[in-house]
Design a protein around this ligand. Structure first.
Ligand code: NDP
Length: 349
């Protein structure tokens, strides 16, 4: 076993993706200025991979931080690997590029390095959004202002407060993703929260032009995704891990009352043995099994600490011990979407 892990991996389209990325999704109450500071710290620490999404509503701040680091000479644009994601209200093929263009406008960047389908489940755009998205922008010609800005309704709800599902063929969304790559707006394209069946649907699509380069999924010591990882590796698709540290209990969508990974006694014994922190071991575990891993922190000390996951190695016995912690437990079950026809978490993997 080779203990040295690479700083980046080659994707199936020839581009390179740094193996450790900074997550940027934070609870709504966290000031957006925090992400702008965190990115600048992270770039100084040598993070080159930043993960965000249209629905995190922080791309303006992220773009500003990246542009500051470019302007002061720390990095060039091509040194940064930036990921964004098309949100589920934009899954219809005619809306995918609109979502990406909105992200780019907020970022004030000309392309993203990776664009992902955030989630296989689609939601309906509201009537007002649909009107705004018509080519003639008919809504703006009306003599009144809309009650919300188009696109801000992340979870469109009906009058009973229930999220309005849409049914969009995943393959048609994928074809629109391919067009974003062809237009040069995204260097690479991939998916997130897809199960094996959904991945196969794309892979077996007649006339497939580009394979997804990665599938970003919940992956940590309590849900190590070993079967999905094996499947992705067999198709030359990178599995990238979110919630590798167990996520933030303050997050709106995270299951509350779930066990806290970083307090796990077995993990803590392994960490102590190596003189590392539990977070460093949780990240190193993923790096050693060939998983690209994301870690979110807006605190300087932890941003540095997490990057030191490159500086030690776990033995095969440690890896086996850590494998043994798996219990197929999700922090993000999204149970309120369980009736959606593309709800991904009912299949075994
Ligand atoms: P993480 O597993 O990265 O955990 C983040 C939490 O861990 C925060 O509360 C953070 O606190 C804390 N933390 C970070 N470092 C340490 C440390 N060294 N010691 C102790 N605690 C630490 O969860 P996320 O849910 O944020 O996932 C990572 C990223 O993945 C997201 O930010 C996002 O970019 C992406 N993601 C993608 C999803 C998708 O559907 N595709 C879904 C969820 C996430 P603090 O900030 O205070 O340091």
């Amino acid at each position: 076993m080779n203990y040295n892990v690479p700083l980046s991996v080659k994707l199936n389209d020839g581009h390179f993706m740094p193996t450790l990325g900074l997550g940027t999704s934070a609870p709504i109450k966290v000031a957006k200025s925090k992400v702008e500071e965190a990115i600048q710290i992270a770039v100084d620490v040598r993070y080159r991979h930043i993960d965000s999404a249209y629905m995190y509503l922080n791309e303006e701040e992220i773009g500003r931080a990246i542009r500051k680091k470019i302007a002061n000479g720390t990095v060039r644009r091509e040194d940064i690997f930036y990921t964004s994601k098309v949100w589920s209200t934009f899954s219809r093929p005619e809306l995918v590029q609109t979502c990406l263009e909105r992200s780019l406008k907020k970022l004030q960047l000309s392309y993203v390095d990776l664009y992902l389908i955030h989630c296989p489940m689609s939601f309906k755009v509201s009537r007002l959004q649909t009107a705004w998205l018509r080519p003639d922008r008919a809504l703006y010609k009306l003599p009144f202002s809309p009650v919300f800005q188009p696109g801000e309704e992340i979870f469109p709800k009906d009058t009973h407060g229930k999220i309005i599902f849409d049914t969009v063929d995943l393959c048609s969304t994928w074809e629109a993703m391919e067009k974003c790559k062809d237009a040069g707006l995204a260097k690479s394209i991939g998916v997130s929260n897809f199960n094996r069946r959904q991945l196969e649907k794309i892979l077996n699509k007649p006339g497939l032009k580009y394979k997804p380069v990665c599938n970003q999924v919940e992956c940590h010591l309590y849900h190590n995704q070993s079967k999905l990882l094996e499947f992705c590796k067999s198709k030359d698709i990178v599995l990238s891990a979110y919630a590798a540290l167990g996520s933030d209990p303050a997050k709106e969508w995270r299951n509350k009352n779930s066990p806290v990974i970083l307090e796990d006694p077995v993990l803590n014994v392994v960490a102590e043995k190596h003189g590392q922190t539990p977070a460093q071991v949780a990240l190193r575990y993923q790096l050693q099994r060939g998983v690209v891993v994301l870690a979110k922190s807006f605190r300087e000390k932890r941003i540095k600490e997490n990057f030191q996951a490159f500086d030690f190695h776990l033995t095969p016995e440690d890896m086996k011990t850590l494998d043994g912690l798996n219990r197929n437990m999700r922090y993000f079950e999204d149970a309120e979407f369980a009736n959606h026809p593309e709800y991904p978490f009912l299949d075994e993997y």
